[in-house]
Design a protein around this ligand. Structure first.
Ligand code: LLH
Ligand code: MG
Length: 387
C-alpha cells in the first residue's frame, strides 16, 4: 500500500465561543450572535482506496514543501519512520511545522491503519479498556452573570456536574487576565474551597490557575489546596522554568502535574521526571505531536511508576487512554461551561466523539480507525477552500 495524496478541505461553521485577549475560549455574552469560524479535514489517500482522516489545520505551503515530499509514495504503515522524518524537518521549518501539524498527520495515519485493518486505534495499539472515567474540565473564569464569574458560580456548576450529570471528578480553570481582579491567589482559593464544599470530601478536584504566578504565589496556592485535599494542581508558573517546578514539588505535598505547554515532546517529560519537577507527568496528542509520541510518554511514565495525566479531549487522547497500562486515570471532558451544551456534537460530526454515560464513563468508539462519524454533507455544503 502506498500513499498517493494528502488533501485538505477547509469549511465554515457557526460558533457561540469567543476568544479573550489571551486566546481562552468563553461563551459569547448574551445577545451576541453566533459567528463564523473554520475547521479543516486532512485526508491521506492510498493507491488501494483506503483513506485516513483527522480534523486540524495544515497549511498549503508546508503541505507542498514538506508533508507531500515525505508522505507521497510511502507505505502508510511506516508511521514511526514517517513521524521521525517529519520531526527532524521541524528544525528548519519552525514557523510552519509545529507539533500540531505533526499531530494531524500522525493521527490521520493511525486512522488509515485502522480503516485498512478494520480495527479501532486502541485495539491496534493493544487495548486495556473500552471506557474511561471523565473529569469535568471548565472553561476559564469569566464575568458572565451566572456563568463562571464568582466562586459560587464554580460551586454551583461543580455541584451540577458531579451530582446531576455524574462526573466523578472536576477541574477548575480559574480567572486569567483580562478578567476583573485576575490573577488572584485569594480568589482562586475561594473558588476551590467553594467547589470542595459543594461536592463533598470524596470527589477528586483539580486546579489549573493563571499560568504566570511567582514561586511564592504558586506555593501559597499549593498550601491552600493541601488543606482542601485537592488531587493535583497544574501549570501555576511558566513551564519553561523547570527549576521553579522542582522547588514547588520540594515544598508541597500537593501533587503537581506537568508539563502541559512546555515544548519538547517526550524528551522534556523525561527531563521533568528526572529532575523531580512533577508528581504526575502529562501530555496530550495536540501538545506532543500525535499518538505516536504520546505512547512513548505513557511508556516512560509506566517505567518510572508514575501517574500520567492525558491532557485534553478528543478521539486521539481517548484511544491512547484505552491502551495504557500505566494509570491515565481520567479523560478530560470539556472545556465545559454552564451556558454550553457539551452533549451536542460539533456540526461536522454525526455523533459525539466522547459520549459519557450516567456513571461518568466516556466510551471509545468500536468503529475502525479513530472511529469518527463524519458529516461529509456538512463539510461539502460549507466548503471554503480545498487543496
Ligand atoms: O487556557 C485554556 O483555555 C485552557 O487552560 C486549556 O489550555 C486547557 O486545555 C487546559 O489547560 N487544560 O488542562
Ligand atoms: Mg491545563
Amino acid at each position: 500500500m502506498k500513499i498517493v495524496n494528502v488533501g485538505v478541505q477547509t469549511f465554515r461553521y457557526r460558533t457561540p465561543i469567543v476568544r479573550d485577549a489571551d486566546g481562552h475560549g468563553h461563551p459569547a455574552p448574551k445577545g451576541h450572535p453566533e459567528h463564523d469560524a473554520t475547521q479543516s479535514l486532512v485526508t491521506i489517500t492510498t493507491d488501494t482506496g483506503v483513506v485516513g482522516r483527522c480534523f486540524g489545520a495544515l497549511g498549503k505551503g508546508v503541505l507542498e514543501s514538506v508533508i507531500k515530499p515525505v508522505l507521497l509514495g510511502a507505505d502508510p504503515f511506516y508511521r514511526e519512520h514517517l513521524w521521525y522524518v517529519l520531526k527532524e524537518r521541524q528544525r528548519l521549518n519552525l514557523a510552519t511545522l509545529p507539533d500540531r501539524v505533526l499531530t494531524v498527520v500522525d493521527m490521520a495515519l493511525w486512522d488509515l491503519a485502522g480503516q485498512a485493518l478494520g480495527q479501532p486505534v486502541h485495539k491496534l495499539i493493544g487495548a486495556t479498556r473500552d471506557k474511561v472515567p471523565a473529569y469535568a474540565s471548565t472553561m476559564c473564569g469569566d464575568d458572565l452573570p451566572n456563568g463562571l464569574a464568582t466562586p459560587e458560580d464554580f460551586a454551583n456548576f461543580a455541584h451540577w456536574c458531579v451530582k446531576a450529570r455524574g462526573y466523578p471528578a472536576f477541574k477548575l480553570h480559574t480567572w486569567q487576565p483580562p478578567y476583573p481582579g485576575a490573577p488572584s491567589v485569594k480568589r482562586d482559593l475561594a473558588a476551590c474551597a467553594a467547589v470542595r464544599e459543594a461536592v463533598g470530601p470524596d470527589v477528586p478536584l483539580m486546579l489549573d490557575p493563571f499560568h504566570y504566578y511567582s514561586r511564592e504565589e504558586a506555593l501559597a496556592l499549593a498550601k491552600g489546596l493541601e488543606k482542601l485535599d485537592y488531587y493535583w494542581m497544574e501549570e501555576p508558573m511558566d513551564e519553561h522554568s523547570m527549576s521553579s517546578y522542582v522547588w514547588l514539588c520540594e515544598n508541597t505535598s500537593l501533587p503537581i502535574c506537568g508539563p502541559e505547554t512546555a515544548e519538547g515532546k517526550m524528551y522534556v517529560r523525561a527531563e521533568w521526571i528526572k529532575a523531580g519537577a512533577c508528581d504526575l507527568t502529562r501530555g496530550g496528542v495536540w501538545d506532543v505531536g500525535g499518538i505516536t509520541p504520546l505512547l512513548k510518554i505513557a511508556h516512560l511514565a509506566e517505567a518510572f511508576g508514575m501517574r500520567m495525566e492525558v491532557h485534553g479531549g478528543g478521539v486521539g487522547n481517548l484511544h491512547v487512554l484505552c491502551a495504557m497500562a500505566t494509570p491515565g486515570e481520567f479523560f478530560e471532558r470539556g472545556l465545559l461551561h454552564p451556558f454550553i451544551d457539551w452533549e451536542k456534537p460539533q456540526p461536522w460530526l454525526n455523533k459525539l466523539p466522547d459520549p459519557m454515560d450516567e456513571q461518568g464513563f466516556v466510551h471509545v468508539s468500536p468503529d475502525p480507525g479513530l472511529g469518527m462519524d463524519i458529516n461529509f454533507d456538512f463539510i461539502r455544503e460549507n466548503l471554503v477552500e480545498s487543496y
